[in-house]
Design a protein around this ligand. Structure first.
Ligand SMILES: Cc1ncc(COP(=O)(O)O)c(C=O)c1O
Length: 396
């Protein structure tokens, strides 16, 4: 029997696959340096855990309202005003099972067959798969070669836009590259898009992890974008709540209504005890994780200093999230066994022989790079990077 042609084009998430391989090695008794994970190594704040425990014990174990509880939506509206200088009403907010589900439903709600979505590389692995699953066409904007230059410009959008362009995805702070689109760059992009009939999907899930540059929401800088601005955020990264699966959307009513309808026909709602805990976390905001964010910043500095001391690799300056995107093309090119773009082959070699897991750039549309997640303890970070150095020396 023939299965769906559309879904047959998809590959399982490569980050999940690599993680599984690293876990298998660890289960067989090996010490593995796993830099492939996309989650903080901290546990959720105990106060937040307590809210969920209390709600469970009080018997709040039934279905919750589709699209989100009034308390959660109110907390989101207040957060957006407080942190992002954005005005939304509660009926423009929709909660979902992680930002991942929100994005999936969003693409389903926005796209008709053949509609194009501009996706700047390097991109988070699921955007392209979800766009294809929704019947759209991801149009990848290649990354510029100058690691210090603006990551995305109006000219780059202009070059890849067609009359079929329906939406653009912006991810800042960026996964996998750790860059932040600066205020002036974001303003220029916003002013350019003000006259375009495109949805702007702004994935701001790493907003609390902004170290050397400030995070801004594009619609706060260019208010004229508000009727096409679709903000996606969630609790996974900034609150160390990956396993709780809470994401949300803030969008004009026709879009939020459709995403909510999709939820009523799929996951229905969030577990109410999870939503209660998330409401408390969102109210407490960035201060809840305060010192933890500093710890991540320290690790970023450790990683960046080591990598910067190697002459055959470079990196995109890491400014946010918890990733360093390492350009190993020069090192690969110097080897007889590798081509400059063969980071997938090198990442297998690195895992099998040095027990270091890093996601190859192929997963993010930019071969020749490795993504290092520095959400691991300092000693592990240093030892893992030393092993990476040994592996690079080995292939010389
Ligand atoms: C850029 C980006 N967006 C969205 C997500 C999805 O987050 P979640 O579904 O855990 O809320 C991730 C997770 O890795 C991410 O890196």
């Amino acid at each position: 029997m023939i299965l769906s042609k559309r879904i047959s084009q998809l590959q399982p998430s490569p980050t999940v696959a690599l993680n599984n391989k690293a876990k298998e090695l660890a289960a067989s008794g090996e010490t593995v340096f796993n830099f492939a994970v996309g989650e903080p190594d901290f546990t959720t704040h105990p106060d937040i855990v307590q809210v969920a425990v209390d709600a469970l014990q009080a018997g709040r174990t039934k279905y919750g309202p589709a699209g989100g509880s009034p308390a959660f939506k109110k907390a989101v509206v207040e957060k957006l005003k407080r942190d992002n200088n954005l005005e939304f009403t509660t009926d423009e907010i929709v909660v979902g099972v992680g930002a991942k589900e929100i994005l999936f439903h969003l693409f389903l709600a926005l796209l008709n067959e053949g509609d194009e979505v501009l996706v700047p590389a390097p991109y988070w692995v699921s955007y392209t798969a979800q766009i294809i699953a929704a019947g759209g066409k991801p149009v990848v904007i290649p990354m510029g070669d100058d690691h210090d230059a603006a990551r995305l410009t109006p000219e780059m959008l202009e070059e890849y836009a067609t009359e079929k362009t329906k939406a653009v995805v912006l991810t800042s702070p960026n996964n996998p590259a750790g860059y932040i689109i600066k205020k002036d760059e974001l303003t220029a992009l916003g002013q350019y898009m003000e006259n375009k009939d495109w949805w702007i999907i702004s994935d701001e899930i790493y907003e609390y992890m902004s170290y050397t540059a400030e995070h801004h929401s594009i619609a706060a800088l260019v208010p004229g974008l508000k009727d096409k601005y679709l903000l996606v955020n969630g609790m996974s990264k900034g609150f160390a709540m990956t396993g709780w699966r809470v994401g949300y959307l803030a969008a004009p009513k026709p879009v939020s209504k459709m995403v909510k309808t999709l939820q009523t026909q799929s996951s229905t709602c969030l577990p109410p005890f999870v939503e209660e805990a998330a409401t408390e976390a969102i109210k407490r905001g960035k201060s809840l994780m305060g010192d933890k964010i500093k710890v991540l910043e320290e690790r970023k500095n450790i990683a960046a200093e080591l990598i910067n001391s190697w002459e055959d690799v470079s990196m995109i300056p890491p400014e946010g999230a918890f990733y360093v995107f390492i350009d190993i093309r020069k090192a690969l090119e110097a080897s007889n066994d590798y081509q400059a773009t063969e980071s997938l082959k090198f990442s297998s070699f690195l895992l099998e022989n040095y027990h270091v897991a890093m996601v190859p750039g192929e997963a993010f549309g930019v071969p020749g790079f490795l993504r290092l997640s520095y959400a691991v303890a300092n000693e592990k970070l240093i030892e893992g990077l030393n092993r990476l150095r040994q592996a690079l020396d080995k292939i010389k």
